[in-house]
Design a protein around this ligand. Structure first.
Ligand SMILES: [Zn+2]
Length: 118
């Protein structure tokens, strides 16, 4: 069965475990792979940074109650955070974004924002 270079698709000759036609193609292929992985990290970092900016903008007193809708309207993304923490004393679960934390409040549709000290 014919095999082809993973990058340029040139027909491969030689060893059966060969994946690339040349060192150039092998290096280019891995550089591209690395670039794509870095793009994923860049996108997630941008989401986390946006979340952090929203939290610090709204959490003016270090402990602020805000409506969920306010967070959503500013483009807050609840799927990304840096840590989850459950307080032993209150049994409340906080989602942490660097040095900011938020928790669903007992009052419906509200979130408690807090400064977070690790
Ligand atoms: Zn090639």
């Amino acid at each position: 069965m014919d095999r082809y270079c993973k990058l340029c698709e040139k027909k491969l000759v030689g060893r059966v475990d060969k994946l690339f036609c040349s060192a150039y193609c092998r290096i280019q292929y891995h550089n591209e792979e690395l670039k794509q992985k870095r793009e994923v990290i860049k996108k997630i970092n941008a989401i986390l940074l946006k979340n952090w900016n929203i939290l610090t903008e709204l959490n003016i007193s270090g402990k602020t109650l805000v409506p969920e809708l306010t967070l959503l309207n500013k483009g807050f993304n609840f799927n990304y955070y840096t840590k989850i923490y459950t307080a032993k004393s209150s049994n409340k679960t906080y989602h942490v974004c660097y040095d900011q934390a938020y928790c669903k409040d007992s009052e419906q549709g509200m979130f408690m924002l807090k400064d977070w000290k690790p």
